[in-house]
Design a protein around this ligand. Structure first.
Ligand code: ZN
Ligand code: ZN
Length: 150
């Protein structure tokens, strides 16, 4: 299995989420659409608090958290920890991925495949440790941001 890197494109994400929810026969109510559109427009990782504040009072806090949880469960949002230790959300696509998030602009690259982890898993197995799961997130600067920082 080889590793593939994919950029999550903003325009696609909203359309894909809405198409998936429609195909599941879910009702797309006003608040849900509002939340999905807001998330689709975010260029940077965002916190649930920021989302709640941006949409208040039109959309209540409980609704925001419920929709965010639902999107996470279905693999459309990933919760990633920033360098400062805060939890933020980034758009992602369903499936097991690793994320590389640009700290400046929020561009998110998905790494499909776990070859690197398999190497670690094998190493730990030699020390008698059985790995049962993993989380790996990477932070840095995307190519565009490196080009514009001097
Ligand atoms: Zn960037
Ligand atoms: Zn993995």
């Amino acid at each position: 299995m080889s590793e593939v890197v994919v950029e999550v494109r903003v325009a696609d994400w909203g359309e894909r989420v809405l198409a998936a929810l429609r195909s599941e026969g879910q009702r797309l109510t006003g608040p849900r659409l509002t939340i999905i559109h807001w998330v689709a427009a975010q260029e940077r990782p965002f916190s649930a608090e920021a989302l709640t504040a941006a949409l208040a009072p039109a959309v209540g806090r409980a609704t925001v958290y419920r929709v965010v949880d639902r999107l996470r469960e279905r693999g459309w949002l990933a919760r990633v920890q920033t360098e400062r230790g805060d939890y933020t959300y980034v758009r992602t696509l369903p499936g097991h991925h690793h994320h590389a998030v640009c700290l400046r602009c929020g561009t998110t690259l998905l790494v499909e495949g776990c070859q690197t982890i398999e190497t670690l898993t094998a190493l730990l197995a030699r020390h008698g440790f059985r790995v049962q799961g993993h989380i790996l997130e990477l932070f840095g600067l995307c190519a565009r941001c490196q080009a514009t920082s001097s």
